[in-house]
Design a binder for this molecule. Structure first.
Ligand SMILES: *[C@@H]1O[C@H](CO)[C@@H](O)[C@H](O)[C@H]1NC(C)=O
Ligand SMILES: *[C@@H]1O[C@H](CO)[C@@H](O)[C@H](O)[C@H]1NC(C)=O
Ligand SMILES: *[C@@H]1O[C@H](CO)[C@@H](O)[C@H](O)[C@H]1NC(C)=O
Length: 398
């Protein structure tokens, strides 16, 4: 091997170094500062919040205790287990339109973000206990169960700070007072000052409902074990529709391999959940209900009535008005996360015009088992996609 290029580079290096001395020095300093900051900030973060908490605790212990220890829990608990892009926002919004329901939208949102930064967030800080080491916060079933059960029991003091500070679950108009309060009192201490608003709302509600796309059926099963007041709604949707909707989030014309990748991932999760679900149906027949998004979108009033009967709440006039508003809406929201639809039945089928036929057939193949368990029909000819008379979903108890 010739060393010539190397020698040339070496002879060049001193000049290069001198010319760029200051930029190189700054870069080195910046990099070392960053690495020290990244490795230590989590601990500092915890230490710092811990001491603030101590001060806070000393100053407010009495009121905090008083507020936390009164156990007025709502009797009914409703957990909607769903998948991303399965119509869960739509379904959850119908449940929350009942005036007696305290509704939390995606309470695991903050935990899920730990996952993205899992190196930094191996430990987390709890409001009452301070920092605690948790092996992998995001995928810890215990942690997920703790967050869900704390929300159900109005025990906000049991939550970790990241979850408490996450405003995402409270972006609905029913939580406007809490959201406004958090905005006016930023930071961790601010949040604790606002919890009372949330607590009053939660503890006076007849039912608490949670909608989540971040819980496995395995966790849902653990929660059912000791809780006769818990009801689970398992929301599913045609895997072809979910796949296309997820691909559209990326806003690029999807390559065929993207269909496969998305469908494989989706139907692996669905199959795992369905295998647990089969046993739950047998063990807790009155506490669990399988729901197809297509059925709700096609017959919103009839199916919603069934839903409210299942959770043992009356079909309130507010609910009826709300459903009319979102399913026969004058405005047809263009945004993909909005729930208002001119014609919800039509909206739930729109994907059939947009999906690539070869992609749809690949999803059918990759999700074969899930489809037959849930009653979704594979297409045998691309023309069937555009013929809405051709039903892609048939009645099947699951
Ligand atoms: C996608 O999956 C289908 C069904 O298994 C298969 O026939 C096809 O070759 C796959 N396509 C790609 C691009 O991986
Ligand atoms: C339905 O829409 C009407 C008109 O915009 C509004 O007055 C009413 O409050 C809405 N109902 C519900 C329950 O949101
Ligand atoms: C919605 O669309 C479906 C299917 O095209 C149609 O049968 C139904 O009458 C429409 N509903 C309304 C309220 O326009």
């Amino acid at each position: 091997m010739s060393l010539k290029p190397f020698r040339r580079l070496l002879s060049l290096t001193p000049r290069l170094f001198i010319n760029h001395f200051w930029s190189i020095l700054t870069s080195i300093l910046l990099l070392s500062f960053l690495s020290v900051w990244i490795t230590s900030s989590d601990q500092d973060d915890n230490k710092c919040t811990y001491s603030i908490l101590n001060d806070f605790w000393n100053n407010n212990a009495e009121s905090l205790k008083e507020f936390g220890w009164v156990s007025r829990k709502p009797q009914k608990k409703i957990l909607i287990v769903a998948y991303m892009r399965s119509g869960s926002t739509f379904t959850g919004s119908i449940i929350q339109s009942h005036p007696d329901v305290f509704y939390i939208f995606e309470p695991l949102h903050a935990l899920h973000r730990y996952k993205i930064n899992s190196k930094r967030y191996r430990s987390t800080t709890f409001l009452l206990d301070g920092p605690r080491e948790i092996d992998d916060v995001s995928s810890s079933d215990e942690m997920i169960q703790l967050v869900l059960e704390s929300y159900f029991a109005c025990d906000f003091l049991n939550l970790d700070l990241k979850t408490l500070q996450d405003r995402f679950p409270f972006l609905t108009h029913r939580h406007a007072a809490f959201s406004e309060c958090v905005k006016a009192n930023p930071g961790m201490i601010g949040v604790t000052q606002c919890l009372d608003t949330l607590y009053q709302h939660c503890s006076s509600a007849k039912a608490s409902a949670i909608k989540t796309i971040r819980t496995s059926m395995f966790v849902a099963r653990n929660m059912l074990l000791n809780d006769p007041n818990l009801k689970i709604i398992y929301l599913v949707r045609d895997p072809r529709a979910i796949t296309l909707s997820r691909l559209k989030l990326k806003r690029k014309e999807p390559h065929m391999s993207a269909y496969n990748k998305t469908a494989i991932n989706l139907c692996k999760h669905m199959l795992e959940d369905l295998n647990v679900w089969i046993t739950l149906k047998q063990e807790y027949p009155t506490q669990v209900l399988g729901l197809k998004y297509e059925d709700l979108a096609t017959n919103p009033f009839e199916v919603s009535r069934k839903l409210f009967k299942f959770v043992e709440l009356d079909f309130d006039v507010n609910v009826e008005s709300f459903i009319r508003n979102i399913t026969h809406s004058d405005r047809d929201d263009k945004c993909i996360t909005c729930t208002h639809r001119k014609n919800s039945s039509l909206a739930s089928q729109k994907w059939r015009n947009d999906i690539h036929a070869i992609g749809a057939m690949a999803v059918d193949k990759l999700c074969e088992q899930v489809n037959s368990m849930l009653g979704y029909k594979p297409i045998t000819d691309p023309i069937q996609l555009f013929e809405f008379k051709f039903k892609l979903s048939y009645n099947k108890e699951f």
